[in-house]
Ligand binder design. Structure first.
Ligand SMILES: NC(=O)c1ccc[n+]([C@@H]2O[C@H](COP(=O)([O-])OP(=O)(O)OC[C@H]3O[C@@H](n4cnc5c(N)ncnc54)[C@H](OP(=O)(O)O)[C@@H]3O)[C@@H](O)[C@H]2O)c1
Length: 260
């Protein structure tokens, strides 16, 4: 039986993916900060007996090596890792503090990159492995209120691509998933310019359902494609405009964000 680590599993896309992975018959290791949310999720999975909860703060870089040891040992080794944990932002790019930008980089960029390095050799020592990062369509173009978020996801994409180039010829599958907007509560924990969570001040967030995106993500993880967009037709059009008609794209973007 394969073991799958989902980092950022307690809600949103990670929780939906945990259901899909558990239904597929894999053992699943669930990590996020909130232990009771993870335990509540575990009991609702199709196979709770094949799920382990390992709570941790994934942005705590000094504890990461110890965490990887724990995840590895408590599950008897993992074959696939999905880095779903992420932190969003909604703030003025001119006044956002370096502290807020640092928080975004720590979870969205440094955590998956350092965890991948710690896992890669172990996976290869034990045969093979798979490292799947969840990026964002926000990596593809800058948006005023999520400048550092987009930058953290763009940095993740470049680093992940380098991992892909470094390990593609070996027994390590490296993949990047780029979702568009997903209907989760991510904006409630999004950072304001001071680095505090928006909470009740968050704007409403609509998009694809986490269940639908999790299904698409899991299907893409069965392929050997490096990058997969998990986006809507409108978001695909935005990517095309950005690539081929940038002047029109930026005009529309400014209108949308009220900066025209
Ligand atoms: N929602 C969207 O519109 C959207 C669009 C494109 C890409 N994405 C990306 O998709 C991924 C999942 O997003 P989502 O919408 O499902 O987010 P979400 O609903 O806010 O869930 C985030 C998950 O990450 C965990 N987490 C956050 N900070 C953590 C930390 N420091 N240590 C450990 N776990 C932590 C949370 O649990 P705890 O709080 O208990 O730790 C939760 O399980 C993210 O990488 C996000 O950037 C989302």
């Amino acid at each position: 039986m394969e073991t799958v680590w989902i980092a950022g599993a307690s809600r949103g896309l990670g929780a939906a993916l945990a259901h899909v992975v558990s239904a597929s018959g894999c053992r699943v290791v669930l990590t996020a900060r909130n232990a009771s949310d993870l335990e509540a999720l575990r009991t609702t999975l199709p196979h709770p007996e094949n799920a382990v909860v390992v709570p941790a703060d994934l942005a705590a870089s000094e504890a990461l090596s110890e965490l990887i040891d724990r995840v590895w040992n408590e599950s008897g080794g993992i074959q696939r890792a999905f880095f779903c944990a992420g932190l969003a932002q909604w703030s003025n790019p001119l006044t956002t503090t370096p502290g807020a930008e640092e928080q975004l980089m720590a979870l969205n960029y440094r955590f998956p990159v350092q965890a991948a390095k710690l896992l890669a050799e172990r996976m290869l020592d034990h045969g093979n492995g798979q490292l799947v990062a969840v990026g964002s369509i926000a990596a593809e173009f800058g948006q005023p209120e999520s400048a550092a978020y987009g930058a953290s996801k763009a940095a993740l994409e470049r680093h992940w691509e380098a991992f892909y180039a470094a390990w593609a010829h070996r027994r390590l599958r490296v993949q990047l998933m780029q979702p568009g907007v997903i209907q989760t509560t991510i904006m409630a924990s999004a950072l304001d310019e001071s680095g505090a969570a928006l909470g009740q001040n968050a704007k409403s967030h609509t998009g694809q359902s986490p269940e639908a995106v999790a299904q698409r993500l899991w299907a893409a993880a069965q392929t050997h494609r490096f990058k997969t967009y998990l986006i809507s037709p409108t978001e695909r059009l935005a990517l095309l405009l950005h690539r081929w008609m940038p002047t029109l794209f930026y005009t529309l973007l400014r209108q949308r964000h009220g900066t025209a």
